[in-house]
Design a protein around this ligand. Structure first.
Ligand code: HEM
Length: 344
């Protein structure tokens, strides 16, 4: 997080990549300070570019290595009414890593942090999805498009994150496999809620989490409400599209199945994007969400394959074969089927 710059004078600074190996683009002084801290020797006019239109009130000589004095407006943390750490609950978050290996295993921290970060992104995704569902329910597609775009970016973070875990070798994993016991991502409540929100409903997951437990109840809530796709189809029906009745009023807890009538609806939308722009745009955003979800699944499966091979999982599944089967799951079947129907 960048603190707001007290001087507000730099709109963007790009340090010449050829010289520094790094591009810094930042709306505050922090990135620049980081560059200085990393020992970039000399920042003079010739090495830097300011974008056209950027308000540049500092001369480059202000960025010399010796200029590290703090600004007078910056106060000691303990004197602040609300601190960074308090606002973000950092004591709780940074105190929530409890490695179990004895003697300690260096890589266990990576394993824990990686999962925790994914759970935080799941949390944000669910928060955003809740808002998106409300918007579609109220026929406000435009703000919903923005929300879905944000979820898409979160999914990209989740996807990229696998690269960090891929640095864990098979040997490192087996050395700490025992401490994981029967814990598995398969038990992730938020992941399952995310899937339900997107439409991959599976009632048997309630048993896994325990009917009547807090987790089971939280899951049942997402199971028994319309998914984002259900809400979208209902929106289309309200707005003059001929969506089959049994696709707009159904048992939301059951898995959605494709219907030729819905393919027809999407064919009309896809062949007339200008006329149905918002509906078309949401459709494409949903395809993005599904694709990103599948990419995450795929990379999870490949990461698992390279770390544990074909051993069974800590959650009790066959491991890679189990994860591979999930790659067949579709959330929004007609949005893919319609592409086969589209003619020139
Ligand atoms: C070394 C790292 C990992 C290994 C070896 C691994 C292995 C597995 C295996 C074998 C399964 C199948 C269920 C089971 O039998 O346990 C599974 C499921 C799952 N894992 Fe991982 N995993 C790893 C990292 C992660 C991470 C970082 C996340 C992030 C939250 C995650 C989330 C999940 C989820 C959500 C499922 C359920 C998938 C589904 O039911 O479709 N896993 N994992």
């Amino acid at each position: 997080m960048h603190p707001p710059t007290t001087r507000g004078i730099i709109t963007q600074v790009t340090l010449c990549a050829a010289t520094t190996g790094v591009n810094y683009a930042c709306s505050c002084n922090t990135a620049l300070q980081q560059a200085l801290d990393r020992g970039i020797p000399d920042l003079h006019q010739g090495m830097c570019q300011f974008p056209r239109g950027g308000q540049t009130l500092l001369s480059m000589s202000d960025f010399s290595m010796k200029d590290k004095d703090l600004e007078s407006g910056l106060a000691r943390v303990e004197t602040q009414d609300l601190t960074y750490s308090e606002y973000l609950g950092l004591d709780a978050i940074l105190g929530a890593q409890h490695p179990r290996a004895d003697p300690p295993h260096h890589d266990e921290m990576l394993f824990i942090v990686q999962h925790q970060i994914a759970e935080l992104w799941f949390k944000l995704s669910l928060h955003e999805l809740r808002a998106a569902l409300d918007m579609i329910r109220n026929d406000h597609l435009e703000p919903c498009i923005k929300i879905i775009a944000r979820i898409k970016m979160v999914q990209q973070q989740l996807f990229s994150q696998w690269a960090v875990l891929e640095t864990l070798t098979p040997v490192e994993y087996v050395q700490m496999r025992d401490v994981l016991g029967t814990a598995s991502g398969f038990q992730s409540l938020q992941y399952r809620q995310f899937e339900f929100a997107l439409g991959n409903k599976n009632r048997s997951m309630l048993d896994i989490h325990g009917v009547g437990t807090a987790g089971g109840r939280a899951l049942a809530e997402w199971l028994n409400r319309p998914s984002i796709y259900d809400e979208f189809l209902r929106h289309l029906a309200r707005n003059g599209h001929d969506v089959p009745e049994d696709r707009v009023n159904r048992d939301w807890g059951e898995a959605y199945t494709s219907h030729p009538g819905v393919v027809k609806v999407f064919k009309r939308i896809y062949e007339n994007p200008q006329r149905y722009w918002d509906a078309y745009d949401v459709s494409e955003k949903l395809v993005d969400l599904e694709e990103n979800f599948q990419l995450w699944r795929f990379r999870h499966m490949k990461t698992v394959e390279r770390i544990i091979g074909y051993k069974s999982g800590t959650g009790g599944s066959s491991g890679v074969p189990f994860l591979r089967r999930a790659l067949e799951i579709q959330f929004f079947p007609e949005l893919l089927e319609v592409r086969t129907e589209i003619q020139a």
